[in-house]
Unconditional design. Sequence first.
Length: 214
Amino acid sequence: MVIEPLKTHIAYRCPDCGTVVYGFVGKFALSAGLIRLKCHCGNSAADITVTQDGKVRLSVPCLFCRQNHSFVVSQSIFFGRDIFLLNCPYSNMDICFIGEKEKCDEQIDRTAEELAQLLTNLEAEKLSDIQPQDVDEEEVLPDPTVYDAMRFLVKELEYDGNIDCPCHGGSYELRFCREGIQVYCPTCGATHTFDTRAEAAAEAYLDTDSITLS
């Protein structure tokens, strides 16, 4: 019996030239070390590595913040989903697409339409008109480390079917809010807020085994 190796596609849009950068990641290649996906313009790159506990860490260029955001996901999610999206926690816009090539293409087309509409609404002529200038990541993200940990928790719960909301949508996202980090359903708008203003409180949430949005 031939065992099919785990593999997936990954893509991001370069914040400098706007080109969609594609890569193909196999589990064997990833286990060998760092995979760097560079744009042909030379001004952006996505890094993919495996952590000591076997999870996948991604550093992805953000189309909106002009900084790389860090994400950690399990290998079962990274290699096992038809499509998996990572978003900018500041703008809530999708910036990284992981999964089957056709599914990635569909989501990239969708976000291209959303980006075009955003530029029109803001009366901007080009992408650089809506990007912050000379802003450090610490100024954009209140605490990227906490966000990273909470996103991993939420996506694991989502994968296991342990998050619910009134519409039972099954797909949930995160965003920063005044109280900390909010989980929300893009379909019905239901939310659940984690108060992460205190570091100890954020660590306590990591034992959460289910979430119900309202």
